[in-house]
Design a protein around this ligand. Sequence first.
Ligand code: AMP
Length: 376
Amino acid sequence: MTPPEPMPAPLAPGSTIGILGGGQLGRMSALAAARLGYRCHVFAPDADSPGMQVSAAHTLAEYDDLEALARFAESVDVVTFEFENVPVATLRALEGRVPCRPGNKALSVCQDRITEKRFLAAAGVPVAPWREVNSESELRDAIAEIGLPAVLKTTRLGYDGRGQAVLRRPEDVAPAFARLSPKPLILEAFVPFSAEISGIAARGLDGTVATYDAIENQHRNHILALSFAPARLPPAAAEAARAHVAQVAAALELVGVVALEMFLLPDGSLLGNEIAPRPHNSGHWTMDACLCGQFEQHIRAVAGLPLGSPARHADAVMRNLVGPEGLAAWPALVARADVVAHWYGKAEARTGRKLGHANRLLPMNALAGDAQPEAF
Ligand code: AMP
């Protein structure tokens, strides 16, 4: 019998972490890495990206630029990614030259809603009924089985509500099928949820899993607006949310942070919806309300360090600062004593763009019960 492979040593301080993607998730990961003594090298196609602004080095290149990827691999000690639409071929070009954490498995499962649904069910996370749809007649058959209302989605490259349509009446079917592309599509039963919940877990190089308290999310115009932590859930549902995301982290064999978006049903049960194999917007509150926030946790995992404690020391409400309205809210929020404010350094305050976020900290258990926290 071959002995198990020895655990690689943690990255020494001063080592360089390569990050594919230059957005705010990479920026906050790079800031957490700097605190632990690591340098970051961001690889992204957009100049002056939020991640590049705070990193020791960057490569400005397209994800299919194999020469640039080869040079990048030479210059870093490990590679991670900050958004899940990095092409699988990009990671494939890096694997074998440098450790990639998480690896291609997490990326490929999460890039396709059909693979993702099958994966969730196999990992023991219940999902709403769904059907793969390649043609209008398949869509009509699927509706006959699943019923209306239902949600029709593209299987790839959808985010923040793009690439989907709610079908309520038979006359919605043909226009939605024609509009949504690329095919195939997926038809999902409409879930009459009472709340949207997410779970966040980190999994270390040694397989240890740490989970955060479940989070309740509210969206505006399909974009996350507010997250409440902890979620106001019956204890069994709160435990199930943590267990489900831990199951996902283990089944993905992921090294890093993963988020699982779920629907809470009126009977207290949960259905899995979407996986993000990276730090997640709904976990931003952990930066200020937990001993070790999600970005530090991600860097610890990627660097092979022991995970930190996910324990929460305050209740928190996270508000996303989006577009011109977010820009206008910034001066008052950054002045508040109960708020920790984060700004991403994006060049333009375009409508719908996430520009920063504010974490309002509250005493422990302030969110318990039915009391609605004051809006901020
Ligand atoms: P997604 O891109 O899958 O995260 O969906 C974006 C949003 O659409 C979710 O946050 C929900 O508010 C809503 N949604 C997605 N799928 C369903 C569904 N099957 N039933 C009801 N609402 C859904």
